[in-house]
Every structure is written in structure tokens, then in C-alpha cells.
Ligand binder design. Structure first.
Ligand SMILES: C[S@@+](CC[C@H](N)C(=O)[O-])C[C@H]1O[C@@H](n2cnc3c(N)ncnc32)[C@H](O)[C@@H]1O
Length: 189
């Protein structure tokens, strides 16, 4: 993987192929326990659109990504879907949501970028809005196959989100290797 991995046609096609059997069904089941169905939901970093399709069965969901390549794929694959170009840091939109969901996206943000994003997430949520984000679990950060990866755990997530959100749960789970992931669910203060 190189720095622009999510931005070229070839690498995006490769990612879609490699990730075809991976989805966030178990995370979405947890989201459904706290965010009522038909709520207005934003997905950040929809990528291939696998989770978007699951979310779309329950929610009034808008998918988003900051990669034109992924957005083209999403729109072609789901002609009736709602998709917007959106960066996870600035979240520059006038739309408002009852919930925000992302699956393995926010780990690409550096600590200061995550702080900016958390504030914006709070601003674009309606009152009592819910967030549900998954991260790779661990400590510190690294460049993994050319992409910046910021690892998180209960301490770093509480520190990053605690000022704007009431933490509802921080759960460790397994995606590929034992306990390699962590899911944050929180409510806007
Ligand atoms: C690891 S993929 C995950 C995609 C999808 N959520 C899934 O579970 O298959 C990361 C996605 O986040 C997007 N992404 C990375 N950084 C982003 C940012 N700053 N703003 C918006 N999207 C971003 C990438 O373009 C890519 O679609």
C-alpha cells in the first residue's frame, strides 16, 4: 500500500476485492440497540459500501468518503443511495444527523485531527446524537504499508471523546487477530 492507496482506481478496485468478505454486521447490531431504526445516520469513510448497504436497510443513511474513486464506486453500485464527499476531520457539511457511524476509518487521523473531528461530530449531531466508531486496538501509531495508523484503547478514546461525548461503551473485539479492534459508542453531551 502507498500513501494514496484509497485514491487510485487500481488500488480502490484491489481494496474492494480484498475486503469483500469483511463487514460490520456485528457492530451495526450494537448500534441498533441504542439508535432507533429510521434515524438519520451519517457513515464516514463508506469505502466499498458493504456496511452502507446493511445500514441502509435500517436507517436513513448518508454515505461519505474523501476519496473520489470510492464515491464513484458507491454511486455506481447504489444509484438510489445518498453519498457526499466529506473529510473525516473537517466534516464540512450543513446536514445534521441523529447518529454517526464509521468502521476502521478514524484510525487514519492523527491525535490533533481526531480532536478537530470529535468537535465537528458533536456540532453536526442533533441533541442526544449517537456515535459508533471502530478502531484498531493498541498503543501509539505507525505507518503500516504506507498508510498512517493511530492505534486506540479505552484510555485514548476516553481522552479524545470525553469532553463532547458521554461514553456509553468501549468494547474490545476480534476482526482478524484476537482482540485486535475496539468499538466506541457514545452520546453527545
Ligand atoms: C479501511 S477503509 C474502511 C472502509 C469501510 N468502512 C469498510 O469497513 O470497509 C478506510 C476508508 O476511509 C476512507 N478515509 C480515509 N481517511 C479519510 C478521511 N480523512 N476522511 C474521509 N474518509 C477517509 C478511505 O477512503 C476508505 O474508504
Amino acid at each position: 500500500m502507498k500513501a494514496g492507496y484509497y485514491k487510485t482506481k487500481e488500488s480502490v478496485e484491489e481494496y474492494i476485492r480484498l475486503a469483500k468478505d469483511v463487514n460490520g454486521k456485528q457492530l451495526i447490531e450494537k448500534l441498533k440497540q441504542i439508535l432507533p431504526q429510521q434515524s438519520v445516520l451519517l457513515e464516514i469513510g463508506s469505502g466499498p459500501g458493504t456496511d452502507w448497504k446493511i445500514l441502509n436497510a435500517y436507517y436513513n443513511v448518508t454515505g461519505s468518503d474523501n476519496s473520489r474513486q470510492f464515491l464513484d464506486h458507491l454511486s455506481n453500485d447504489n444509484p438510489n443511495g445518498k453519498f457526499i464527499e466529506l473529510d473525516a476531520i473537517s466534516l464540512n457539511t450543513d446536514l445534521r444527523f441523529d447518529g454517526i457511524y464509521s468502521n476502521k476509518v478514524m484510525h487514519h487521523l492523527k491525535d490533533n485531527e481526531l480532536s478537530e473531528s470529535v468537535k465537528r461530530q458533536s456540532e453536526i449531531l442533533n441533541s442526544n446524537g449517537i456515535i459508533c466508531h471502530s478502531f484498531w486496538k493498541g498503543e501509539s501509531s505507525e505507518i503500516f504499508k504506507g498508510l498512517f495508523v493511530n492505534y486506540h484503547n479505552a484510555l485514548t478514546l476516553s481522552a479524545a471523546y470525553g469532553a463532547y461525548f458521554e461514553i456509553l461503551s468501549i468494547e474490545v473485539y476480534t476482526e482478524f487477530d484476537d482482540n485486535d479492534s475496539v468499538l466506541l459508542m457514545a452520546r453527545k453531551k
